[in-house]
Design a protein around this ligand. Structure first.
Ligand SMILES: Cc1ncc(COP(=O)(O)O)c(C=O)c1O
Length: 304
């Protein structure tokens, strides 16, 4: 028997029990992936549960919806309030939030913007972290699958349908015994992991790529760059190559679910120990999201 996670659900303005949500069989997003979503964390902090970088996530969601011609019937303020209210209703202080905006079931034609209702769902599920109790490291492999070029599907948009690319690539990596996959773009440069951005440290300089490499501009990535600059670490944002992965001293992934996680190997290239810059940023990020250390900006929204 597959088990389901107890989830608190807000749908089009109302709180529901998770088994009360009924969608039409022709729900457009189910057939075509015509949805946009976010992954957001709630952390326990000394001042109570707090949502990490809520405004940045909401802004990315709204921008993604606009790119797909979805008129969300809520503005950033109203969406943020709905998210806070749903977290409060869940009673959780460690959670993963999944806001999702999607086209409904009014047509199976490919012009949903004209015919389909736009629905908004917020799901709150219990989540303590991917790697509870200890420092994780991920082995990674270069994927034989290409990252979808932004000329086809804009990488800046976190759209449901875009993730078939990540799903295929990750399954292929798992089949070969790796934890994670690294997709390259159509120029052969490194893009990102299936659900994470990637950083390397080469000659003591922290390097990551940008949206011109067809990446999702991660909110964790932006936070880590800010923390690195605050710590006086030299940073560069430029395209990353396979050679960078071979010749760098350190490499790590960043993402809302994974936080900062060291890469132990990329195919035959082994990174023996977690490097000092990775460790410093991992701990800084860990402490900032949990309100143990001050953030460089107003990054935490207290829930109560
Ligand atoms: C493809 C992809 N890249 C990068 C990220 C990291 O983004 P963030 O740090 O905003 O979670 C994610 C996770 O949402 C992702 O799915």
């Amino acid at each position: 028997m597959m088990t389901r996670t107890a989830t608190t659900v807000w749908f089009d303005g109302k709180l529901l029990d998770d088994d009360q949500l009924h969608l039409h069989a022709l729900t457009h997003a189910l057939h075509y992936g015509s949805s946009v979503f976010e992954g957001i964390r709630v952390y326990p902090t000394p001042r109570g549960p707090a949502i990490f970088r809520l405004r940045e996530h909401v802004d990315r969601l709204i921008a993604g919806a606009q790119a797909y011609g979805m008129d969300i019937p809520y503005d950033a303020e109203a969406l943020s309030k709905a998210i806070v209210d749903t977290v409060r209703a869940s009673g959780r202080d460690a959670a993963y939030l999944r806001p999702l905006v999607f086209f409904g079931g009014e047509t199976v034609r490919l012009n949903p913007g004209r015919e389909c209702e736009v629905h908004t769902l917020i799901a709150v599920l219990p989540f303590e972290g991917l790697f509870v109790g200890g420092v994780a490291k991920l082995s990674a492999t270069i994927s034989p699958f290409m990252k979808t070029p932004s000329r086809a599907l804009p990488s800046t948009v976190k759209a449901g349908g875009h993730y078939t690319n990540s799903i295929r690539a990750l399954a292929e990596a798992h089949k070969r015994g790796f934890d994670e996959t690294i997709l390259r773009n159509d120029r052969g440069d490194v893009a990102e992991g299936s659900g994470e951005n990637i950083f390397v440290v080469r000659d003591g300089v922290l390097i990551t790529n940008d949206t011109d490499a067809d990446i999702l501009p991660g909110i964790t990535r932006a936070s880590v760059l800010a923390l690195a600059r605050e710590a006086g670490i030299t940073t560069r944002v430029r395209p990353l190559t396979l050679e960078d992965l071979q010749l760098s001293e350190e490499a790590f992934f960043t993402g809302t679910a994974a936080e900062v996680v060291p890469i132990s190997r990329v195919d035959e290239r082994i990174f023996e120990e977690e490097g000092p810059i990775t460790a410093r940023l991992r701990v800084a990020y860990h402490d900032v999201v949990r309100g143990v250390r001050d953030a460089p900006g107003p990054w935490l929204t207290q829930v109560s």
